[in-house]
Design a protein around this ligand. Structure first.
Ligand code: ZN
Length: 221
């Protein structure tokens, strides 16, 4: 089991059409275990295979109450109703949220990892997560589409190397007004301070850099 790299907005895998899972092989079971680990590691409530670079119709969703992860193989919406608008985010575009209108409830049919048919009714958050994750099989979820279509003024929060591709994508499509990043830290031994990767990139583009000593300090929004 392993935590996998989540593909961020701008990665072509996210737009590739996902193909149905054929036989449920040990590789598929391992992939699901890794997806579950990755979802928990990213504090997510759902994850689709394309988000970790596999163009397959395979999702994991966390139960609202127990947080227990449930894999769904080749999920399809067979029934839906109502309409609900709520704020939605995506692990592939961290830190950005948009109001998205979706069906208020969906009935999804899929297979479990033993190949048995399962039918689940998703209302509220669960219904929303199911619809969002199923969008990842070849199209960008509406939440992401919405934020991509509009030019946003983005305040970017990030520090490490792995947040750079997201920052690059945002710089290409939106107006990044400033970055918020952790304070400079001393390098391994010497007394010299190293600049966080995000700060280095921000300086290159002449962006304002905010470095609160603690994000939760009073007066910091
Ligand atoms: Zn997503």
């Amino acid at each position: 089991m392993a935590v996998l790299k989540v593909r961020r907005y701008g990665d072509p895998t996210l737009r590739r059409r996902a193909t149905p899972v054929g036989e449920i092989t040990p590789d598929i079971r391992n992939l699901v275990a890794d997806m579950v680990d990755t979802m928990y590691d990213e504090a997510g409530i759902g994850l689709a295979a394309p988000q970790i670079g596999m163009s397959l119709r395979l999702i994991v969703v966390a139960d609202d109450e127990t947080r227990e992860a449930r894999p769904l193989v080749n999920p399809e919406i067979v029934e839906q109703g109502g309409e609900a608008t709520a704020e939605e985010g995506c692990l592939s575009i961290p830190g950005v949220f948009a109001q998205v209108t979706r069906a208020a409830w969906v009935r999804v049919e899929a297979k479990d990892l033993e190949g048995r048919p399962v039918s689940i009714l998703g209302r509220g958050l669960k219904g929303r997560v199911l619809q969002h994750e199923m969008d990842h099989r070849g199209c960008t979820p509406p939440g992401v589409r919405t934020v991509v279509a509009a030019t946003l003024n983005v305040l970017f929060y990030g520090t490490p190397e792995f947040s750079l591709p997201t920052l690059e994508a945002l710089l290409r499509h939106h107006r990044v007004v400033a970055v918020v990043t952790q304070p400079d830290r001393p390098a391994h031994r010497g007394q010299r301070l190293t600049l966080p990767p995000v700060k280095q990139r921000a300086i290159k583009s002449g962006l304002p850099v905010l470095q609160p000593s603690r994000l939760r300090e009073p007066g910091w929004p």
